[in-house]
Design a protein around this ligand. Structure first.
Ligand code: ZN
Length: 137
């Protein structure tokens, strides 16, 4: 992935983080998802007084994109205070829409704007799938 694209996604994730609704955890997260079409979809975490209804920033971005007709993604940037990776639920949702785990880039961004990139293969090597049996994606 080109450095410039990663920088753009990191910046967009940090901007999306500003919109986080996180009054309970105060853990603010922003995401910026790059579709193969070139469009970028952003998301922030949206918490609820009934905690279990909370949705992560990554899934907000992915669901926004899918609801706009996109199903092919190449990268996602996730901005948090500490540059943490996505939770397991979000990795599984990414896996649904990623054909090649080794090429899908997950850009981890901290609040200072520093970032590093891992692949979905590195973060989630054995995601659930009903499509293939005994064959890695
Ligand atoms: Zn998550």
């Amino acid at each position: 992935m080109e450095e410039e694209i990663a920088e753009t996604l990191a910046r967009r994730a940090l901007e999306a983080r500003e919109k986080a609704h996180a009054p309970y955890s105060n853990y603010r997260v922003g995401a910026a998802l790059l579709a193969r079409s070139g469009r970028i979809y952003t998301g922030c975490n949206v918490e609820n007084a009934s905690y279990g209804l909370t949705v992560c920033a990554e899934r907000v971005a992915i669901f926004k994109a899918v609801s706009e007709g996109e199903k092919d993604f190449t990268a996602i940037a996730v901005a948090t205070s500490n540059g943490a990776p996505p939770c397991g639920a979000c990795l599984q949702v990414m896996a649904e829409f990623v054909e090649d785990f080794s090429s899908f880039q997950v850009i981890l961004v901290n609040a200072e704007g520093q970032w590093r990139t891992l692949t979905l293969r590195e973060l989630y090597p054995h995601g659930f799938t009903s499509r293939f049996l005994w064959e890695e994606k």
